[in-house]
Design a protein. Structure first.
Ligand code: ZN
Ligand code: ZN
Length: 315
């Protein structure tokens, strides 16, 4: 399986802000002076020496991930990140028709608002299969594109659209990929997906709150995440904010680490980043998560990663 992140922000798309950009440029130039950057050959090493928040970008698009398995294209959520994925697919397939599967965790705006900008679904001859546990999925997407809210109706998007109503806890297959669902605590509930193929496991569990951190209360979650090679986890808030934001439907990196260690997960990837966190804040939160792992689970082999747009992982 190949996993690619196209959108990693939670709640609202978060474009870069000019003040932040200019401040970063200033700091970058100060670092360059300190480094004695006096010729182009030194640039690659200079970039390597920079802190991550200066040399890379987390990104501002809301949730969208792509899983490729055999020839199947599986898209997880249709946040604003799906627009770039659609443009990429159009180039890749050129004049050939596109068939993809869109699995929705739930229908909060940040997980569906990119769909009207996903061009492959507008093209006759393409086909898109939609999957979700929530009832009336088709009506929900039609409603989003009611003319009061958007100029193009869902029916005017001409790809062949097929809807698959999933039942929580059951499994289904796309090619040799086995997919199992589980409902998570979130306002209106969200769906976590477990993907298994050739002995490898990816679990996608965004928009999820863990109210009771008692071991016994989490047993079902441990079971669902068990032995995952990759667990993609909602870490929207720092741990101290989680206490103030009960019932907001999200979690934090520290809780993710506790659950991942207990579930024997190999790699946890933090996602659904808060729109109020700058790129620098997010890298700091990530460093704190690494410290938390080292202090509390010094013998653990768990690998931590922060979701960024463009991150590709072979599983
Ligand atoms: Zn969300
Ligand atoms: Zn949500």
């Amino acid at each position: 399986m190949k996993l690619k992140f196209w959108g990693v922000r939670g709640s609202l798309a978060t474009p870069q802000n000019n003040d932040y950009f200019q401040e970063n440029i200033k700091k970058l130039l100060e670092k360059a002076v300190e480094y004695n950057l006096d010729n182009n050959n030194k640039i690659p090493k200079f970039i390597e020496s920079l802190p991550q928040y200066m040399s890379s970008i987390i990104g501002g698009n809301t949730t969208c991930l792509e899983v490729r398995n055999e020839d199947n294209i599986i898209i997880l959520d249709a946040g604003t990140g799906i627009r770039n994925l659609g443009n990429y697919l159009l180039k890749e397939f050129s004049s050939k028709s596109i068939h993809c599967h869109i699995l929705l965790t739930h229908t909060h705006w940040d997980h569906i608002c990119g769909l009207p900008f996903f061009i492959p679904v507008c093209v006759a001859g393409n086909s898109v299969d939609f999957y979700g546990v929530h009832p009336n999925l088709e009506q929900r997407l039609q409603y989003q594109q009611d003319f009061r809210f958007f100029p193009l109706s869902f029916e005017q998007m001409l790809a062949k659209k097929t809807f698959h109503q999933l039942k929580e806890g059951t499994s289904f297959e796309i090619g040799n990929l086995k997919i199992t669902t589980k409902l998570m605590d979130h306002p209106g509930k969200s769906t976590a997906y477990r993907f298994e193929s050739n002995g490898k496991i990816i679990v996608f569990a965004t928009d999820a709150e863990y109210f009771d951190l008692n071991h016994n209360s989490l047993l079902q979650k441990f079971e669902f995440f068990n032995n995952a090679d990759v667990l993609i986890f909602d870490a929207q808030y720092p741990f101290d904010e989680i206490i103030k934001k009960q019932n907001w439907g999200h979690s934090s990196a520290f809780i993710g680490i506790d659950i991942a260690v207990e579930s024997n997960v190999k790699k946890i990837i933090f996602t659904h980043h808060d729109p109020n966190s700058t790129e620098k804040d997010l890298f700091e939160l990530f460093e704190n998560a690494k410290k938390y792992l080292n202090i509390n689970y010094s013998n653990s082999n768990l690998i931590l990663e922060i979701a960024k747009e463009g991150l590709v992982i072979d599983v």
